[in-house]
Design a protein around this ligand. Structure first.
Ligand code: PMP
Length: 406
């Protein structure tokens, strides 16, 4: 039987409109199907393949680690250099003293304790539990049209309820505010364990933050003893033009979530917090959050190679120029708006039907785009950060052609 038929029959489906490409191999910004047709991955595996597919440093690190050991014991027991080195590097990247030269920002506690997970959703779960445990409160505030994951805790944060209605009751004590609405911050009180926000609302169709909103949010959390959680699962590892998005926003969170691009194509996530906060998971009773595979050594070396490549190259420094190039090319009467934060981009083209037409036509011409969970007006663009200017030009020309024809 054909690969696609077996895919539809035996691989559980998440919708009735899978793209269903038959992938043969991938390299850099490109995917190749079993017919030898190549596709420019203009969504980078949804903000995952930020340093391109099969980056040589990642592949080499994985190969070397497979010669040493794979899984050894549940997370948290053995001192394994892939995990320890990665945690050390991440902690360095999350030290406000190194990121901000002066004042209040630089004196905020470093997020120097990293809890490794297998995915973004698990990072959200861990952070929600950590905030409840640390504060002794159970109310959690999230933003409408944010996405933090699909497991039941993370899904409890979701608004609108269309995707989650069938699974109720979910967690009690969840309240919602509107992203960038300073007035709604009054909802945060002494009862709130944490507020969880994406620094750029990705699934809402790339809504960049209002800096006043974020600084008022930080202030209100400090006033009420509420932990501020930044979900950088999509924005982290350089996507918006700095290693973490918060570096550009002058707000330091108490907990940060990461995943997606973190593994350079391997599955890994984490939540990080100052040790003073994180330590509560480890005693009285211990084992507050546990995982068998979290921080798998092979994923950790892939992540370390990714982090070192990003820190040691000009990839992140070039994000802004590539964003500008994209914006300069994406001009068309049918494009209503382009919203972007680095190489996280939404092209507003109208209704879902129009969007789907353009998406499928582009796919036919070898360019992969996508849409957003909470915005059916906009095409999603999130190419590898390593994408070449000629590749950007090729993809933009295809998109403009498809818009002409739509
Ligand atoms: N938070 C954000 C901002 C995300 O974009 C995603 C994934 N789209 C998640 C959480 C969930 O991550 P995962 O799919 O790895 O569980």
């Amino acid at each position: 039987m054909h690969l696609r038929e077996l895919f539809l029959r035996h691989v559980a489906q998440t919708s009735d409109i899978p793209l269903g490409l038959e992938i043969e191999h991938a390299e850099g910004s490109w995917l190749y199907d079993t017919n030898g047709k190549k596709y420019l991955d203009f969504i980078g595996g949804i903000s995952v393949s930020s340093i391109g597919h099969r980056h040589p440093a990642v592949v080499e690190a994985i190969k070397a680690q497979t010669d040493k050991y794979l899984h050894t014991l549940v997370y948290g027991e053995y001192a394994m250099s892939p995990q320890v080195e990665l945690a050390t590097e991440l902690a360095k990247s999350l030290d406000p003293q190194a990121l901000f030269t002066e004042g209040e920002l630089a004196s905020r506690p470093a997020l120097d304790s990293i809890f490794f997970t297998n995915s973004g959703s698990e990072a959200t779960e861990g952070a929600m539990k950590l905030a409840k445990r640390f504060t002794g409160r159970y109310e959690i505030i999230a933003c409408r049209r944010a996405y933090h994951g699909s497991t039941q805790g993370a899904a409890s944060l979701m608004w609108p309820k269309d995707f989650t209605q069938a699974y109720h009751p979910l967690l009690p004590g969840i309240r919602h505010i509107d992203f960038n609405d300073v007035e709604s911050l009054e909802l945060i009180s002494e009862k709130t364990a944490c507020v969880i926000v994406e620094p750029v609302q990705a699934e809402a169709g790339v809504l960049p933050p209002n800096l006043q909103f974020l600084s008022s949010l930080r202030e209100r959390c400090d006033e009420t003893g509420t932990l501020l959680v930044f979900d950088e699962i999509q924005t982290g590892f350089g996507r918006t033009g700095s290693f973490w998005a918060f570096e550009q926003l002058d707000v330091v969170p108490d907990i940060i979530l990461m995943a997606k691009a973190m593994g350079g194509g391997m599955p890994i996530g984490a939540f990080a917090a100052p040790r003073e906060i994180m330590k509560v998971l480890g005693y009285d009773p211990p084992l507050g959050h546990i995982t068998t595979f979290g921080g798998h050594p092979v994923s950790c070396v892939a992540s370390l190679a990714t982090l070192r490549f990003l820190k040691g190259s000009d990839t992140i420094a070039n994000v802004k120029a590539k964003e500008d190039l994209l914006r300069s090319k994406l001009i068309h009467p049918k494009i209503k708006e382009v919203r972007s934060a680095g190489l996280l981009m939404a092209i507003e083209v109208g209704g879902f039907e129009q969007l789907r037409k353009v998406q499928m036509a582009a796919l036919g011409k070898g360019v992969i785009t996508d849409w957003f969970l909470f915005n059916d007006q906009s095409l999603r663009i999130a190419p590898p950060l390593t994408i070449a200017d000629e590749e950007i030009e090729f993809a933009c020309n295809v998109l403009l052609e498809c818009l002409d024809e739509s």
